[in-house]
Design a protein around this ligand. Structure first.
Ligand SMILES: C[S@@+](CC[C@H](N)C(=O)[O-])C[C@H]1O[C@@H](n2cnc3c(N)ncnc32)[C@H](O)[C@@H]1O
Length: 202
């Protein structure tokens, strides 16, 4: 079982996610935004995968996807993004054949300035995580920002953590980050990396 190392970061957790994930993205990479929302993470990934890359972005809210589409069109990066009106649990149905994911971002909870009743759920989040990890490239990275301040936030955080804890040590490296102002309801960031060479290959 991997030990999940808890560390405190002085960075904003959103920055601790983006600066880490961009290090493994390149022009032509495949990235996944599991929760498009207002599209800010999708936009970030679209820049980092470059004109030859692809971003698959999922959301269950049509209105969120419409807003994200406008943003991406305005900035000129819509060409490399597929906005998918479906649950992230269905990821495997949308992956190009033989494709492996270089980076994936999960930003859990509800849509800021949107309907607070529509939130990510523990079981479907874990299902989507399984699908992402099963299709992650060696050295690929996944970030999960878990918000704990709303009803449903803590059970989801707990279930995601339990899922990550039972993953095998090889090939996974898992870290958890708290901010300097951490409290029992503050967000937490998980960062998961797939090792380059698994012990089985040595
Ligand atoms: C915290 S928001 C995402 C914020 C977004 N990353 C941004 O940059 O604005 C969470 C989003 O997850 C979406 N969501 C909830 N359940 C989902 C599911 N099963 N599959 C995909 N998206 C889901 C919600 O509709 C909401 O827009």
């Amino acid at each position: 079982m991997p030990k999940i190392i808890l560390a405190v970061t002085e960075q904003r957790l959103t920055a601790a996610a983006t600066t880490w994930i961009e290090a493994v993205l390149f022009n032509g990479a495949l990235a996944v935004d599991a929760t498009v929302g207002n599209g800010y993470d999708t936009l970030f990934l679209a820049h980092r995968v470059g004109p030859k890359g692809t971003v698959l972005g999922f959301d269950v809210q049509k209105a969120a996807l419409a807003g994200a589409r406008e943003l991406l069109k305005f900035v000129g990066t819509l060409d490399r993004v597929s906005l998918i009106h479906d649950s992230h649990t269905q990821l495997a149905n949308y992956l190009p054949a033989e494709a492996s994911i270089q980076g994936a971002m999960f930003n859990l909870g509800y849509l800021p300035r949107g309907n607070r009743q529509i939130i990510t759920r523990p079981d479907t989040t874990v299902m989507a995580l399984r699908a992402v990890l099963a299709n992650l490239a060696a050295r690929g990275r996944v970030t999960i920002l878990a918000y704990r301040g709303h009803a449903g936030g803590i059970p989801e955080y707990v279930e995601v953590r339990q899922f990550l804890e039972q993953l095998p040590d090889d090939p996974w490296i898992i870290e958890e980050f708290a901010s300097t102002t951490d409290s029992p309801v503050s967000p937490r960031l998980f960062r998961i990396q797939k090792k380059l060479i698994s012990e089985e290959q040595i």
